[in-house]
Design a protein around this ligand. Structure first.
Ligand SMILES: Nc1ncnc2c1ncn2[C@@H]1O[C@H](COP(=O)(O)OP(=O)(O)OP(=O)(O)O)[C@@H](O)[C@H]1O
Length: 245
């Protein structure tokens, strides 16, 4: 029986879409404080399991709910319905620069981001050199990160996230921002993760990369789960579904 690193149980996530939001006190009074909105279910009744030690991809067209699901997995969003259970420590790398303060230096941000991700100061100090080495931004480590390029942000963010020694690493499309050499290094790191029995969950539109790296995928469409399964056949079905007729 395989052990699950993550179990997603009937998860639904709703957003409120405002049509006429009250922008002023006057409009609030005139409309008796009611804003006009409708509920939009970005995820509906999603259930699947991610086997421990696997690399797992989320695929689907634009707006299908992949990033929303990743944010639920990273506990940034709380689903209205359903639950997610985890086995182990989770670290997430979602948006370029998330968890970084622009005015602080790279060095200070390593400590800030590391502690947000659950590392102690001692642990960060011990891993500091390794984090900087992997990121390749040592020449700029004492510059405020607001002066970094988006690739440099991602390098540093990814480097901190993998050094948290997570059991589960959740990564959004951000890696696409890094250059080819950095992407290669990240891929090698994912392979090493798998060998160490760790779990990676990633979102990407690069189907060749997903096929290359993932054991299994979940395919989303309009907030619903179409299929989960072995990467190759599931990606083939997804690509067939989006082919022009
Ligand atoms: N904060 C939000 N408020 C309202 N609607 C949102 C919010 N975030 C996402 N949505 C909506 O939820 C749906 C799913 O969005 P999501 O970003 O999860 O899709 P995605 O599959 O990651 O898309 P892409 O491939 O373009 O990155 C979209 O219709 C989007 O407009």
């Amino acid at each position: 029986m395989s052990i699950h690193a993550v179990s997603v149980n009937s998860v639904s996530k709703k957003f409120r879409l405002y049509h006429e939001r009250n922008q002023s006190l006057k409009s609030a009074v005139l409309r008796r404080r009611r804003s006009v909105h409708e509920d939009f279910w970005a995820l509906q009744d999603i259930s699947f399991e991610v086997p421990e030690g696997s690399t797992f991809g989320l695929i689907g067209s634009n707006g299908s709910g992949k990033s929303t699901l990743l944010k639920c997995l990273a506990r940034i969003y709380t689903p209205e319905l359903g639950s997610i259970t985890y086995k182990g420590r989770i670290a997430a790398l979602l948006e370029v620069g998330s968890g970084f303060h622009p005015e602080l230096s790279g060095r200070e941000n390593i400590f800030l981001n590391g502690s947000i991700l659950g590392m102690s100061r001692k642990e960060i100090t011990r891993k500091f050199d390794e984090i900087v080495d992997f990121s390749g931004v040592e020449a700029f480590i004492d510059q405020p990160v607001k002066n970094y390029s988006s690739g440099m942000y991602v390098r540093l963010g990814f480097s901190v996230a993998i050094n948290v020694a997570p059991d589960i690493l959740v990564v959004d499309e951000v890696l696409a921002v890094g250059d080819a050499e950095f992407q290669d290094r990240c891929k090698q790191k994912f392979v090493q993760f798998r060998e160490e029995g760790k779990t990676v969950i990633l979102v990407s539109h690069a189907m060749d990369m997903v096929q290359d790296m993932c054991d299994q995928v979940a395919w989303l469409s309009h907030g619903k789960l179409v299929a989960t399964g072995e990467a190759r056949p599931t990606i083939a079905s997804y690509l067939k579904s989006v082919e022009p007729q």
